[in-house]
Design a protein around this ligand. Sequence first.
Ligand SMILES: C[S@@+](CC[C@H](N)C(=O)[O-])C[C@H]1O[C@@H](n2cnc3c(N)ncnc32)[C@H](O)[C@@H]1O
Length: 282
Amino acid sequence: MTGFSAQWLALREPADHRARDRALQNKVCEQLANVARTEQRAVRLIDLGCGSGSNLRALATSLPEQQHWTLVDYDPLLLAAARAALIAWADQVISDQTILSLRKSGKTIDVEFAQVDLARDIERVLAWPADVITAAAFFDLVAETWLVRFCQALRTTLYTVLTYDGSEQWLPAHHADDAMLKAFHAHQKTDKGFGVAAGPDASAIMKRELAARGFQVTLAPSPWQIDQAEAAFIQALATGSAAAVRETGLLNAQDLDQWLAARVTAQHCTVGHWDILATPAR
Ligand SMILES: C[S@@+](CC[C@H](N)C(=O)[O-])C[C@H]1O[C@@H](n2cnc3c(N)ncnc32)[C@H](O)[C@@H]1O
């Protein structure tokens, strides 16, 4: 497993929610409002690599009143963390059985949890009923060969946010920034369980593969903007980046330690991502 902790996901959640491109989000919400209006039923979303449920918390209050979500992850601890975090977030818990049923800001949200290894079983998940397949901070983990499989099996709208684009800017600048970023990219392209990860190339590959299959594809930037108001997040980000680079052995220990010491107190950090909305041809 790639081992994302619920603590790390909680630290990044406010920056993730701020960064999402609003225009793209509005488009997917309009599309789902149209489904609810014309078909008079709950809209259905499947969230791939759901972690502790941040993507649902970002979107659900802007979606139609009746919603059905399937949260998919292979990590049972994160699925349990998602259930707990959603119960804490809800205004009311209607039912806490196999399906968790919640009320939040006037919406009724039914949530199913599915423990699935998406590296192996993506085709099975994409065959489940859904109006939108969604994901947050997931697609940079997967390999190009897996992305081709994914695009081949996708039959419905895809709305994915926060795929890392490879750009980072820390302020004030440090002499080891460029070497660190290069080594971090090398780490991004290691195997995260799906084969050699596409990392920052994932969005371009998805655009190419989906457009070739007749999808209408729109990309929008969604950079993190973080400063010392989120000191714990900056520290965790710097520490995580340094640990990843240390694993590559591409930077000497002295430069790495100096970089980390400077970065935990950085004034500002921008990390680039892409959001993608892809709609199938009718
Ligand atoms: C960066 S986290 C993002 C979590 C969540 N979407 C969010 O925005 O907070 C990536 C997620 O993908 C999940 N994941 C990684 N490999 C997976 C696999 N093979 N099958 C299912 N989930 C996987 C991890 O467990 C983790 O929850």
